[in-house]
Design a protein. Sequence first.
Length: 107
Amino acid sequence: MAENTNSSNSHLDYHKQKKKDEMKQQVITFALMIIFTIIAFGMVTSGLDKLFVVPILLLLAVVQVGFQLYYFMHMSHKGHELPSLMMYGGAAVAFLTVLTMVVLVWW
């Protein structure tokens, strides 16, 4: 009976630590997203050249989407392989569509 209790306690401690680590990651990610947003607003209001600001804003946006998917929507967890594949496939199709339209317009 004591062996079963020890196993149950270690299992509970493992899950508590796992939840604590996950919460820590989410708080750090949230703080980084706030910092990225402040940087983006600062760049827009500073009056810098558009050719400098727009690519950096797009990069910050892509990073924030990645944070949203992997940390807040838990896409990094097991069992989310098919939704991840569908989202990456959709992003690839969207990118290729935009690229095709840009090439057709500029050709």
